[in-house]
Design a protein around this ligand. Structure first.
Ligand code: S3P
Length: 163
């Protein structure tokens, strides 16, 4: 089964996913990176030129690839949970881990440059969290809090698989 990471922007999905893949010797895919390489443009440019709906359509196309188990680690973009079809595909292929990071910690170190939805600053992040938290919890097979050491999260995920 795939190990699929969901959660807000800046929650650590990409970093944790990379570490996990290395520890388990599995391939790692970051959906945002796949979108950027296939569109040939950075995310803010896709949003600006084509709009959010077009970005979401690309995101859903990429996610379809992970509807089958392939023993991969997959980091999704924070908005992947907005489309139920995305989640149906991801659930078919793997287990879903919600990386929940306190918003104050996200705000202290998030890279806002490449994230068009964070142009609205802190209040926008709180607003998105309010809208999305129900979905993250609803789709999660396992919820993990990222507020201390990432190594501990890796250990917890491995424990879940008894590996
Ligand atoms: C988004 C999160 C981003 C990226 C895009 C939209 C969102 O991914 O997909 O900017 O809607 O939360 P990260 O969660 O990797 O930052």
């Amino acid at each position: 089964m795939n190990i699929v990471l969901i959660g807000m922007m800046g929650s650590g999905k990409t970093t944790i996913g990379g570490m996990l893949a290395k520890a388990l010797n599995r391939p790692f895919y970051d959906c945002d990176d796949l979108i950027v390489s296939e569109a040939g443009r950075p995310i803010p440019q896709i949003f600006e030129e084509d709009g959010e709906a077009a970005f979401r359509a690309l995101e859903s196309e990429i996610i379809k690839r992970f509807a089958e188990p392939q023993n991969a680690v997959v980091a999704t973009g924070g908005g992947a949970i907005l489309n139920p079809q995305n989640m149906e595909n991801l659930k078919r292929g793997g287990k879903i881990f919600f990386i929940n990071r306190p918003l104050e910690l996200i705000l202290s170190d998030v890279e806002t440059e490449g994230r068009p939805l964070l142009k609205g600053g802190a209040s926008r992040l709180y607003e998105l969290y309010e809208q999305r938290i129900v979905l993250y919890k609803q789709y999660a097979d396992v919820e993990l809090t990222n507020d201390k050491y990432m190594d501990d999260l890796i250990t917890e995920i491995c424990k879940f698989y008894s590996i």
